[in-house]
Design a protein around this ligand. Structure first.
Ligand code: IMP
Length: 208
């Protein structure tokens, strides 16, 4: 799907939102939450010509705004972006905004997750959280940011095949399972991204 398709969709007043990301796990979560609400969700992979976006913010909110604003400025359209990550308290809240690049962008998560488990051996404070900031941008408008978190613990071993990234080692005590053992619906109901998206949705509906 190219830029022109999006313009045509906008003319027919279909609600198109470009998620300024190519992370398939995240795009799938955005789709599963926004498409039932009538939004057509496109990803950066659908957008031809978008130059690389440098995420050099120091907070999740700053990075989310940088990404969404870059798409808005380049294509002149409405965009949303999320910046998210994992804060491990015993690691001084790292990897935080570096979650995607931590130990190398292309390093498999099976390895990254094992490093977390190894470094957590003997650690009594296992608390951690996922944080998600979603930025909405549109031409000539101030960016709006929605942020939320989900409090979790580092598991003792990886479990589950669903989700993505750090999910197999992120234990959610109220459900007694890891994020990777949850169905999409279960994860969306409690996740940082699910909660932030619902704030975004409520605001988009109010704004209509
Ligand atoms: P971003 O694409 O720069 O926002 O990077 C987010 C990174 O945080 C992802 O690549 C994952 O490493 C991590 N992350 C954020 N949300 C989740 C999640 O729901 N599950 C697993 N990892 C996540």
């Amino acid at each position: 799907m190219l830029y022109w398709d999006i313009i045509i969709n906008m003319k027919t007043e279909e609600k198109v939102i470009v998620v300024a990301s190519t992370n398939q796990g995240k795009i799938r979560e955005f789709r599963s939450m926004l498409e039932p609400e009538g939004y057509i969700v496109k990803s950066l992979a659908d957008m031809e010509g978008m130059p690389e976006i440098i995420e050099n913010g120091t907070t999740f909110s700053e990075n989310a705004v940088i990404k969404a604003q870059s798409v808005t400025d380049y294509f002149g359209i409405e965009a949303i972006s999320d910046d998210s990550g994992l804060e491990i308290d015993a690691f001084g809240r790292e990897p935080g905004v570096h979650s995607a690049r931590w130990l190398g962008h292309d390093t498999p998560y099976s390895y990254k997750n094992q490093v977390i488990l190894d470094r957590m051996k003997g650690e009594t404070n296992r608390t951690c959280r996922y944080v998600c900031a979603i930025a909405w941008t549109a031409p000539g408008k101030q960016p709006v940011v929605f942020e939320d978190t989900v409090e979790c613990e580092i598991a003792y071993e990886p479990k589950g095949e669903n989700g993505f990234g750090y999910d197999p080692v992120i234990w959610y005590p109220p459900f007694g399972k890891t994020m990777a053992e949850m169905s999409d619906e279960e994860k969306n109901s409690i996740s940082h991204r699910g909660k932030a998206i619902r704030k975004l949705e409520a605001w988009l509906n109010e704004k209509k």
